[in-house]
Design a protein around this ligand. Structure first.
Ligand SMILES: [Fe+2]
Length: 404
């Protein structure tokens, strides 16, 4: 029998003997009622504060979390594989099954082992619905991913940061309290929200941060609590949040540029709200997209791919910018819901300006697998509905051209 992975400082990830999937939630999720709470009703169109960073600059290395042999194996394999998906928190009356199917497939990819087994899961936000409460971390996060024997990093989604309360002035629980406890802890150790499961809390430096790993750096951004738009800065005074995150993005792109140009590191951007989307609700976020563009222009470096969640389906765009083709992939398909795009979207391919919707959106649960050796990058969507064919895109990173 394979030994489970033990990370730095005794971190644990998966259960040694994971039991069968649960068929009902341990804690009944009644938090939809909080949409009617006085605090939420008054403040629902307002941003919440961005929690201060634990360490600056906010960076974490895979080697801070996984031991030397684990990281050396990736380097020797010559490429890294990881998972990404958002909106996994299944909180609906249908029960845990939609999330469990996706999580079980991801865990099976890991258990299959070998040099191309995924090294980690980068969660694209909305870990816990509807208000990110600690009491639902077991049902919506720890239990579904109990067999996933790898580190899990996350950027928060709007639901992770949303707050409620019986008083109009102060939320009952500060924004992102449970997210910070479980993903941005000062030290590894068991989570009080894990119901006895072994997964250690993650020690990210903040809700926005860069994960540096062999062959890839992922810059994760926090796009705040609105259903839409996603917001990462004041947008020139429009929103009452600081511009620190935007400055961080530009500075990280500057730092990573030489590594990217030397062919050592692919650079991926992850943000919960999709800059581009044809979903029924948000339809993409112009201010956020402009902020990202400004930072890229300033740094003279564009990401090799942009990954998002929030819209509960799979969408793949290609953006043509500065002579490069960049996939913008939306995979908010982790278990909460599968929701159709807005009506009237013509069949793909559809080009508007520098953006092409390459593929008809897939309205099904599923997840992304990303593979890169820093010279080429492949993103594959696999559905938990076995009747749906996978979709895949490969970018030649040296030429900035999509190969398929
Ligand atoms: Fe969301």
């Amino acid at each position: 029998m394979m030994r489970n992975v033990i990370g730095t400082a005794g971190r644990l990830f998966g259960e040694a003997h994971p039991g069968a999937d649960e068929t009902t939630f341990q804690v009944d999720n009644t938090s939809e009622a909080y949409y009617n709470s006085p605090y939420y009703r008054l403040h629902k169109n307002q941003l919440q504060p961005v929690p201060s960073l634990r360490t600056r600059p906010p960076r974490i290395c895979l080697a801070d979390v996984a031991d030397t042999a684990f990281v050396d194996n990736i380097i020797q394999a010559g490429k890294i594989v990881f998972h990404a998906v958002g909106d996994t928190g299944a909180a609906k009356s249908s029960g845990p099954v939609t999330e469990a199917r996706v999580a079980d497939l991801m865990a099976a990819d890991v258990s299959a082992g070998g040099p191309l087994a995924p090294a980690f899961f980068f969660h694209l936000g909305d870990v816990v619905y509807h208000f990110g409460e600690g009491q639902f971390y077991y049902d919506q996060f720890y239990e579904p991913f109990r067999a996933y024997d790898r580190p899990i990093f996350a950027i928060p989604g709007n639901h992770d940061g949303m707050v409620f309360g019986a008083k109009v002035d102060v939320p009952k629980i500060p924004t992102l309290q449970a997210f910070l406890r479980n993903f941005c802890a000062a030290a590894p150790g068991p989570s009080p929200d894990a119901g006895g499961l072994v997964r250690s809390v993650m020690t990210q430096p903040g809700v926005y941060f860069t994960l540096d790993a062999p062959f890839v750096s992922i810059i994760g951004l926090y796009s705040n609590v609105l259903e839409g738009p996603g917001v990462i800065s004041s947008e020139g005074g429009k929103y009452p949040v600081p511009d620190g995150q935007l400055n961080f993005l530009a500075a990280e792109l500057v730092r990573l540029k030489p590594l990217r140009q030397a062919g050592e590191r692919a650079v991926i951007l992850a943000v919960h709200h999709p800059p581009l989307s044809v979903d029924g609700k948000s339809g993409g976020t112009k201010g956020l997209s402009d902020d990202i563009d400004t930072a890229c222009q300033k740094a003279g470096l564009w990401p090799d791919a942009v990954l998002s969640g929030h819209a509960h389906l799979y969408q793949r765009f290609t953006r043509q910018v500065k002579g490069r083709q960049i996939p913008y992939v939306v995979s908010g398909s982790g278990g909460f819901a599968a929701t159709p795009p807005r009506p009237g979207v013509p069949p793909a391919p559809v080009t508007v300006g520098d953006v092409t919707l390459v593929k008809d959106p897939i309205i099904a649960f599923g997840y992304l697998t990303v593979t890169t050796d820093a010279r080429s990058l492949t993103i594959t969507f696999r559905s938990s509905n076995s009747g749906i064919a996978p979709d895949s895109v490969t970018v030649d990173l040296q030429r900035g051209v999509i190969k398929n």
